[in-house]
Design a protein around this ligand. Structure first.
Ligand SMILES: [Zn+2]
Ligand SMILES: [Zn+2]
Length: 208
């Protein structure tokens, strides 16, 4: 790889990182369920084991590539333009995988644990904080960073949507004590999922 491509590759990743923050704040939450992207995201908050269809994401990535690539080539030249766009799209896919794995798989590294605490605080306690998923940088810049030492998760969500966090009895696995705590109890009412949906679409944390 030519060293001349290092800068466009770094800039592509940096641009995605900012887009990850800005889209999550201004579009996914800011639009309050208007438009398909915001609606799909707030459905993910109401039911954190729900993820928007992969086809939607691939289609969005294709549209962004078709717009970004000619502009980047025009501004920076063929090789840097392609490198910038490829880096932006690759970092986007890495983010998609990291976000999904945060929900579905236990952390294997200190960074993985940090990312899950940071994102679950956003999900379960403060939907208008921690918009970055893979990095705290933009939340720090825009003053939306918030990370308690111990992140509270309603027990019903831990059991239904964060399986790696609990044992077969629905209790917090001992290795995560000190990082997470389960709050509330398993609901009796069938209306709970409607309440969770109402809270998500009002950008409010779910009740315990
Ligand atoms: Zn999530
Ligand atoms: Zn969100």
């Amino acid at each position: 790889m030519s060293t001349g491509l290092v800068v466009p590759i770094l800039l592509g990743a940096l641009t995605w990182s900012l887009a990850e923050f800005a889209l999550h704040d201004w579009v996914l939450h800011g639009m309050r369920g208007r438009g398909v992207a915001s609606r799909e995201h707030l459905k993910h908050h109401a039911k954190p084991d729900y993820f928007a269809p992969t086809l939607h994401k691939l289609a969005s990535a294709a549209v962004v590539t078709l717009v970004m690539l000619p502009l980047a080539v025009l501004l920076a030249g063929p090789a840097p333009g392609v490198a910038y766009t490829a880096s932006f799209v690759a970092t986007y896919f890495a983010y998609e995988i990291a976000h999904r794995r945060a929900h579905t798989h236990a952390p294997r590294t200190a960074y993985g644990l940090w990312m899950r605490k940071h994102h679950f605080h956003h999900h379960f306690r403060a939907p208008l904080r921690n918009y970055g998923i893979t990095s705290p940088v933009w939340d720090f810049v825009f003053r939306t960073l918030e990370l308690p030492d111990v992140v509270s998760i309603p027990q019903r969500f831990a059991v239904s949507a964060v399986g790696w966090l609990v044992d077969e009895h629905g209790s917090l696995r001992p290795e995560y004590a000190g990082h997470f705590r389960l709050v509330g109890r398993m609901p009796i009412e069938a209306e709970q999922s409607q309440c969770d949906r109402d809270a998500a679409f009002a950008n409010l944390p779910p009740s315990a």
